[in-house]
Design a protein around this ligand. Sequence first.
Ligand SMILES: NC(=O)c1ccc[n+]([C@@H]2O[C@H](COP(=O)([O-])OP(=O)(O)OC[C@H]3O[C@@H](n4cnc5c(N)ncnc54)[C@H](O)[C@@H]3O)[C@@H](O)[C@H]2O)c1
Length: 348
Amino acid sequence: MTLRFGLIGAGGIGAVRAQALTRSANCTLVAVHDVDPARARQAAPQAAFHADVASLLTSPDIDAVVIATPPQFHERLAIDAMEAGKHVLVEKPMAASVEACRAMTETAKRTGRTLAVGFNHRYFEALKLLRDTVASGELGTLSHVRAYAGHMGLAEFKAPWMYDPQVMGGGALFDNGIHVLDLVRYVMGDVTEVFGHALHRVWNLPAEDNALALLRNADGVVGSLQASWSEWKGYQFHIEAYGAHGMARAYYAPMQATVITMDKPGGARRVQRLFYPKAMLREKLQGWQSTVIAAFNEEFDDFIAATRGEAGSGRAASGVDGLRSVEVAKAVYESGASGRAVMLEPLS
Ligand SMILES: NC(=O)c1ccc[n+]([C@@H]2O[C@H](COP(=O)([O-])OP(=O)(O)OC[C@H]3O[C@@H](n4cnc5c(N)ncnc54)[C@H](O)[C@@H]3O)[C@@H](O)[C@H]2O)c1
């Protein structure tokens, strides 16, 4: 049996979510709502259009919703959906504030519904390789992780809310940065110490155009992170993990990975370079969306497994992961303002 979805928010990424749901063998897109009916109908012509979001949320025809609206609406929509008995997959960033994320995770706990956050970069092939290489112990004792995400900034945005901190929660760190922030946590484990700076030196905006952070976990592994809206070379991100016996690097776009392993620090190196030609060809023919759709479909499969109480591939980002990423991002701002590191309570 397929899981029956309603889509709320059918703009840029909502339309790609709709394509992924339509192509999935395990999902059915049965309902759609957007405050702009034309967008909803265009993105999901086969789905029942609900002009009133409450009618979609209470519809007996759906089991789950995907929320792809601007982040300021995520909290209310996710809570109302879970109260109505639906499972929720909400786009990143989970919400604009820590309090909103907490209200969402508490509702998930109380209602027993699955709450997942759309950190689909976890499913990119190069990222899967990097995470699995670290987890296998091949790199030896993990030392540090470096991550970067950047794009050209203002010219990329289709709507002013995308750089409004009241809506997004922040700037570059809540936009592309929240993906790599999640990836750093995903690779090195949870973060308990945060130091950072948010910069406003490029665009004249209330939201930061660059953020740089140093994160530390309870074992002393350090992650460095930069999110940028002044990457003049165009969209790219990469993440690297260094251990005593080697390193792994994942890069996009195009999708590439490098793994170097040694029997001892500084020993003879085994170098593996991966180029993912199938993904590159698919992108040439079908655009970057094809990579995102492939990731979404693996993410949907894990989401379905979670609704059944199963582990799936173990890659999915939970509501708690979404909450933690927002806590860490807000701690970067707090640290920049105070000039001090911010300590976070370990996750219980
Ligand atoms: N996973 C990813 O890689 C990724 C990529 C892009 C965007 N996103 C996230 O997805 C979300 C949407 O971003 P986007 O780029 O698609 O934005 P968008 O502006 O293109 O689309 C948002 C849609 O939501 C609709 N909308 C606005 N308020 C609404 C409401 N209250 N109820 C119902 N519909 C409403 C708008 O009419 C619009 O169609 C954001 O949280 C964003 O950060 C994630």
